[in-house]
Ligand binder design. Structure first.
Ligand code: TYD
Ligand code: MG
Length: 455
């Protein structure tokens, strides 16, 4: 057999190069390319005879399991994000910044599942068993039957898991600490992480246990190590939040067995994570209703409406190039709104610094926030506070026209529920709730909106 050639793999994105280079073509990172054995660990045994499989028709399968069997944790927000609970035999990757609360969340989930009679094993590669226990104690989980192990070697982990009675859920904290005897590269490299994750996924598929893998995120916001891991698992969830704020959002970015636009909202307390069933109240918590520059956006996160305050500060500048600073929103989208205000509404902001902030460290991802942002900007520039009982939503196009967005009825219902009696929304919005007492003001263009605020 020909000797396997070594290859050069970027540790950041997994791009394979034929020779070493300082910079990776795939992701542009420097000094991330490492020489690796391509056959490292994965079925490199010689002369394995191919096994014939059997293909079946879809109709022959009808009548078999209809829904993926799930294990709900009973933590509403976690179950919402996973689409109704962990699917048996699946692998779930939970990514997030170090210190954001991944281990806390999973220990709480482990305790909740254990209380419901499931067997859970928590394998920590980062902390000693005593440390994990200490945290469990703080979370009020020390009285549960969650099994703890401190291992980093893949073969040892699998042996440990198999020794205990078949677990329903295995938590590996974290994939960056995994290393295998079969892959001969240093721990933490792409090959090691990939081999480790592959072994864990194989175990899950074979035994029907759910495998929950924790992954740290790099400063660029990707899961450290090979990006290919995201493709290997069935679901990817990100645990996000701002260190300066208490709440955390569990966001689904990939889910083979459920929706990908759901979020779970939690609040970090001294006794661990608390579920937040109504995020709007949280994001509107410290509102100053009389201040100019604040507008309430009626947004959507998956199937759930979320009301959040956007704050703008527009101030005259002495700088040649005025400052534009944005937190919680896309800065190129802000540039677009400013350009439309300037070109179509005669709102000149070339001599003004513009600061934009979304309250509470929340991040808006919907273009539907355009109208709320524009309203906040105009309100700040004019020094006029917006009506305190009004919400705003709608997408703005480059021509200055305002476009309807999805879920109008749900947004308005949530606004009414929280005491807002008015809304500024795009003209011709579909499914406006009938018979509602709210004052819905329809605008068809951005100049129309500006005239209403300033006039
Ligand atoms: P941790 O779950 O260890 O984060 P990760 O696993 O994502 O690295 O959480 C770390 C932070 O959470 C730490 O700064 C302390 C804080 N924390 C609390 O505020 N309350 C708690 O009950 C716990 C367990 C942690
Ligand atoms: Mg941790």
């Amino acid at each position: 057999m020909a000797k396997a050639k070594t290859q050069f793999v970027c540790q950041n994105c997994g791009t394979v190069h034929s020779r070493w280079a300082g910079k990776c073509d795939g992701c542009g990172e420097w000094n991330t390319i490492v020489e690796e054995d391509p056959m490292g660990g994965i079925g490199s045994g010689p002369g394995k005879a191919p096994k014939k499989g059997r293909a079946v028709t879809l109709t022959a399968l009808s009548g078999e399991i209809e829904e993926a069997p799930r294990i709900p944790t009973g933590m509403g927000e976690l179950d919402r994000a996973t689409g109704g609970g962990f699917v048996r035999g699946s692998a779930v990757l939970i990514g997030g910044d170090p210190g954001i609360g991944k281990s806390t969340l999973l220990m709480q989930a482990a305790a909740a599942l254990s209380r419901r009679g499931h067997r859970v094993i928590y394998v920590s590669g980062e902390e000693a068993v005593a440390q994990v226990r200490l945290r469990a104690q703080r979370l009020g989980a020390a009285d549960t039957d969650v099994l703890l192990a401190a291992e980093t070697n893949v073969e040892d982990i699998l042996a440990t898991i198999s020794e205990s009675k078949r677990p329903d859920l295995v938590i590996i904290d974290s994939i960056q600490t995994l290393w295998s005897d079969t892959a001969d590269s240093a721990p933490g490299t792409v090959t090691q992480v990939r081999t480790g994750v592959q072994a864990m996924i194989r175990y899950a598929k074979q035994t029907g246990a759910t495998m929950v893998l924790v992954g740290h995120v790099t400063k660029e916001g990707q899961i450290a190590g090979p990006r290919v891991v995201e493709h290997m698992v069935d679901a990817v969830l990100y645990f996000e939040g701002d260190r300066g704020h208490h709440y955390r959002i569990l966001r689904t970015v990939k889910n083979r067995f459920g929706p990908t636009d759901e979020i779970g909202v939690f609040e970090m307390s001294d006794k661990g994570l608390r579920e937040v069933a109504n995020p709007s109240e949280l994001f509107l918590g410290e509102r100053n209703e009389k201040a100019p520059g604040a507008a309430v956006f009626a947004g959507m996160e998956g199937t759930r409406p979320v009301l959040v305050e956007v704050q703008a500060l527009v101030a005259a500048t002495s700088l040649g190039t005025p400052r534009r600073a944005v937190v919680g929103w896309d800065s190129s989208r802000l540039a677009m709104i400013l350009a439309v205000l300037e070109a179509h509404c005669g709102v000149r902001l070339g001599q003004h610094d513009v600061y934009l902030n979304v309250a509470g460290g929340y991040r808006i991802r919907e273009p539907a926030a355009d109208m709320a942002i524009a309203s906040a900007l105009v309100s700040s520039l004019a020094g006029l506070a917006l009506p305190a009982d009004c919400v705003y939503f709608g997408e703005v196009s480059l021509s200055g026209a305002v476009r309807p967005v999805a879920h109008t009825a749900q947004r308005l219902k949530e606004a009414e529920k929280l005491g807002f009696s008015a809304a500024v929304l795009p003209a011709a919005s579909p499914d406006l709730p009938k018979g509602s007492k709210g004052k819905w003001r329809e605008v068809d263009s951005l100049p129309d909106l500006v005239a209403r605020i300033a006039g």
